[in-house]
Design a protein around this ligand. Structure first.
Ligand code: NDP
Length: 499
């Protein structure tokens, strides 16, 4: 599918020096779709050294911002020209439906275009010091060598949120996709190369997180680590980065509440709760996995959700009739099954799903049915921990204050949704929720121009928007005295009388 070799170091596609190969499987049926070269620690060291040389030589950072913007636009155009191929790769690798992959690719294109436009318009910040002889300005310089590490659920999308602003800023990069889903990142690297990026600016080293990821995040020549993935990996990376005082941006997990008041429009609320949690079989960091619903409507609302969930068509992502695909791997399905067993053991009431589909045509894939647990309590692990699967938990509330308290009762703080017909209540609740994105009468959309990131254990820093570019920049204050003169501080004689 993708011509080997698959590591990209210093502008050349190379075979691993001390890595190996991995079979990449289609989670829809378990078949092997590719054999991919994987890096070892020597390969990582070479990639970091290449990025360091390219950065220190100013191969990219000294190019005019218009030129950097032009490269991003060319990448967007190439992605558009290869949209079908890349979407197909993403579906075969992740299991998500082709429709979702097309949405992802279009979003990736939009992100490249957004950062091209943003960097082209960027200006220095002039500061009025009160001294007319001084020109004081803050300029933006690239952060240096950036390690970009992405997860498997949105491989291309998450990586584009990092690569596009890093290239816009003038940084050099070492890119590591998840070992499970490297194919679309290999394809993207080929397109960036075709767009004309100088050698050494984008280096690609896929492979096992514990080996390749750890070698990358421990490298002293890396100036910034941008990581999207699980909270425990994020903590390990932050610890490792502290050794070299390396800057770290972390986009971690979420346990996202979706609060439905009794005055919400019923049909659109049911629809949004289902889409919010079961899209991509729940393998979404911002999935609305915690339904918090007013007690007066809860019974009917949950019954309708359970009826509709049972009708969701689970199947191969390449089949246009599928509404959601398999989980990414057998290992991940086992983790999700463990959470369902835990929910039952904790006393939650299973009202939908909770098992594999019966359809024999799906027997060889990693499928799991949309699952709903009613009568959940905030202290249950199934309510507090990220399951990253198609599992919805239901809690009930009586008052607005209780809804807010439940919505904030999480160590995470990535995203939340509120549904109400009362605009004043909506405004009060969205302001009170401690989450990085809050949707009012909607759930899930984002735009490249608005910041994305989390409060609490959902991470540090922000991707997208102007902050997403600033993540890859250092601010430098330049103080220019246009009329140098003797200051006289150390001129002869005491300036204060002796006592
Ligand atoms: P992981 O934390 O397991 O892995 C994420 C990436 O880190 C992968 O590329 C992985 O490599 C790599 N990695 C693993 N161990 C290390 C290490 N010690 N040092 C450096 N890199 C390492 O997460 P998942 O891939 O399982 O992704 C799911 C998680 O991502 C969920 O928690 C989800 O919420 C979160 N996420 C957050 C988003 C956000 O915007 N906040 C968006 C999307 C997902 P490998 O896979 O090869 O082991």
């Amino acid at each position: 599918m993708l011509a080997s070799p698959h590591l990209h170091v210093d502008g050349t596609w190379v075979a691993p020096v001390d890595g190996g190969t991995r079979e990449i499987r289609n989670p829809a049926d378990g078949t092997v779709i590719a054999k991919v070269d994987e890096a070892g620690s020597v390969d990582v060291a070479r990639a970091v050294a290449a990025a360091r040389r390219a950065f220190d030589a100013g191969l990219w950072s000294t190019r005019p911002k218009e030129e950097r913007a032009g490269l991003l636009v060319r990448v967007a155009e190439l992605l558009g020209a290869h949209r079908n191929d890349v979407a197909r790769i993403e579906t075969l690798d992740t299991g998500k439906t082709l429709r979702e992959s097309y949405i992802d690719i279009d979003d990736v294109i939009a992100v490249f275009r957004y950062y091209a436009d943003l960097v082209a318009r960027e200006t220095d910040r002039l500061i009025d010091t009160g001294n007319p002889a001084v020109i004081s300005r803050v300029v933006h310089e690239p952060a240096g060598v950036c390690a970009l590490i992405a997860p498997w659920n949105y491989p291309l999308l998450q990586m584009s949120w990092k690569i596009a602003p890093a290239l816009a800023a003038g940084a050099t990069t070492v890119v590591k996709p998840s070992e499970v889903t490297p194919l679309s990142t290999i394809a993207l690297t080929r397109l960036i190369e075709r767009a004309g990026v100088p050698a050494g600016v984008v280096n690609l080293v896929q492979g096992d997180g514990a080996v390749v990821g750890a070698a990358l995040t421990g490298a002293s020549d890396v100036d910034l680590i941008s990581f999207t993935g699980g909270a425990s990996t994020g903590v390990a990376i932050a610890r490792q980065a502290a050794e070299h005082v390396t800057r770290v941006a972390l986009e971690l997990g979420g346990k996202n509440p979706h609060i439905v008041f009794a005055d919400a429009d019923h049909d659109s609320a049911v629809d949004a709760v289902l889409t919010g949690v079961f899209l991509h079989s729940g393998q979404v960091c911002s999935a609305g996995t915690r339904l918090i619903v007013h007690e007066s409507i809860a019974d009917d609302f949950v019954a309708e959700l359970a009826r509709r969930a049972a009708g969701i068509r689970v199947g191969p992502g390449m089949d246009p009739s599928s509404q959601t695909g398999p989980l990414v791997s057998e290992e991940h399905r086992a983790k999700v099954e463990g959470y369902v067993a835990l929910g039952i053991a904790e006393g939650a009431e299973l009202v939908a799903g909770g098992r594999h589909p019966n359809d024999p045509r799906l027997a060889s894939g990693s499928y799991y049915l949309p699952t709903i647990f009613d009568r959940c309590r905030r202290d249950m692990r199934i309510v507090q921990e990220e399951t990253f699967g198609p599992i919805l938990t239901v809690e009930r509330f009586a008052t607005e204050a209780e809804a807010i308290a439940l919505g904030n009762d999480t160590s995470y703080g990535l995203a939340a949704g509120v549904r109400t017909g009362d605009p004043d209540r909506g405004e009060r609740v969205v302001r009170a929720l401690r989450h990085g994105t809050v949707w009012l009468n909607d759930f899930g959309p984002y735009t490249p121009a608005a910041e994305w990131g989390g409060f609490g254990r959902s991470g540090t820093g922000r991707e997208l928007g102007p902050s997403g570019l600033a993540e890859y920049q250092e601010s430098k204050h330049i103080w220019h005295n246009t009329t140098p003169a003797v200051g006289g501080w150390f001129s002869a004689g005491p300036t204060t009388p002796e006592r």
